[in-house]
Design a protein around this ligand. Structure first.
Ligand SMILES: [Zn+2]
Ligand SMILES: [Zn+2]
Length: 252
C-alpha cells in the first residue's frame, strides 16, 4: 500500500498549530519524507517512528521546505549515538546558496546526500519504487517529483512553480497530483512566474488526465473555501484540499 500523510500544507509561514510543507509517504512500509519545512518534523513524529525513516526529498532551499532539516539532524544524531538507528538517511538535495548546501552536505554523520541536479537525469530505482525528478520554474533551482510503484505513476508533485507547459507532460496519467495553489488570480501578474493559482493547478490536473488532485502550499491569508471553488470550476476529477493529518491511499 502507498499512503500519503500531510504533515504541513502552508507556504511562506504557518499559522498557529500548523506547519509548512511536509508530506510523509509510506511506500509498502518504506518511509519517505517529501519536504521538511518549518513545523513539519514535529508533525512527522506524530505519524512515524523516525528511526524507520529511509529518505528525505527537498524540492528547493526555501525555508518553508527545508527549515526543519536542522531539527531532524539533531534527532538523527541522537538516534545514531544511542544505536536506535544504524543507517544514515538518504537526502535528495537541490542546488542553492553555496553556504547552505555546504552546511547540509557536511552533516554526513546522519545523511547520505544525493544531488538532485544529477538525480534528475536518471530514474532512481529503489526496487520497491522509482523516483524521477523534473525542473520547475521558481526563484531557486527547484524540482518536481514523480513516484512510480509497480510500474504505475502513483504521484506527481509540482513543488513551488509558475505554470509552464512542460508541467502537463510531467503530470500526465499520474494517479494523484500534489500541486500548489498559492496565488490568487490578481497576484498572477506580479508572481505568476514562480507560483500557481488554484485555477492553474486544476487545469493542469484536467489536461494531464490525473484522476485525483490534492491542492496544497496555501498562503495563510487566503480563504481555502474560495480556493476550492476556484479549482472545482476547472477540474472534473476528485479534488482534495490538503490539511495536516489528512491521509490519502495512493495505491492499495
Ligand atoms: Zn514554498
Ligand atoms: Zn519556494
Amino acid at each position: 500500500m502507498v499512503e500519503l500523510t500531510v504533515l504541513g500544507n502552508y507556504g511562506a509561514y504557518a499559522p498557529a498549530n500548523s506547519a509548512c510543507s511536509g508530506y510523509l509517504l509510506d511506500i509498502n512500509g518504506y518511509q519517505l519524507l517529501l519536504e521538511c519545512g518549518n513545523g513539519a518534523f514535529s508533525k512527522a513524529l506524530k505519524y512515524t517512528d523516525i528511526s524507520k525513516l529511509g529518505m528525505v526529498v527537498i524540492s528547493h532551499l526555501h525555508h518553508d521546505h527545508y527549515a526543519d532539516l536542522y531539527c531532524m539532524r539533531q534527532a538523527l544524531k541522537y538516534q545514531m549515538k544511542e544505536g536506535l538507528r544504524t543507517e544514515p538517511v538518504i537526502l535528495y538535495l537541490p542546488e542553492g546558496p553555496e553556504h547552505l548546501t555546504a552546511e547540509i552536505k557536511a552533516w554526513d554523520d546522519v545523511f547520505i546526500v544525493v544531488d538532485l541536479s544529477e538525480a534528475k537525469t536518471a530514474v532512481n530505482d529503489y526496487n520497491l519504487f522509482q523516483l524521477a525528478f523534473f525542473s520547475v520554474q521558481h526563484q531557486l533551482p527547484t524540482y518536481g517529483m514523480q513516484l512510480y510503484v509497480g510500474g504505475e505513476k502513483v504521484l506527481t508533485y509540482t513543488a513551488d512553480t509558475g505554470w509552464h507547459p512542460e508541467l502537463v507532460t510531467a503530470c500526465s496519467d499520474s494517479r494523484y497530483i500534489l500541486a500548489e495553489a498559492s496565488l490568487k488570480e490578481y497576484e498572477l501578474e506580479e508572481r505568476g512566474d514562480v507560483h500557481m493559482t488554484a485555477r492553474q493547478s486544476a487545469a493542469l490536473a484536467q489536461n494531464s488526465g490525473a484522476q485525483n488532485l490534492i491542492l496544497t502550499h496555501f498562503f495563510p491569508e487566503h480563504n481555502q473555501h474560495q480556493i476550492r471553488r476556484e479549482a472545482e470550476a476547472y477540474y472534473d476529477g476528485k479534488l482534495y484540499m490538503s490539511a495536516s493529518g489528512k491521509k490519502y491511499v495512493l495505491q492499495s
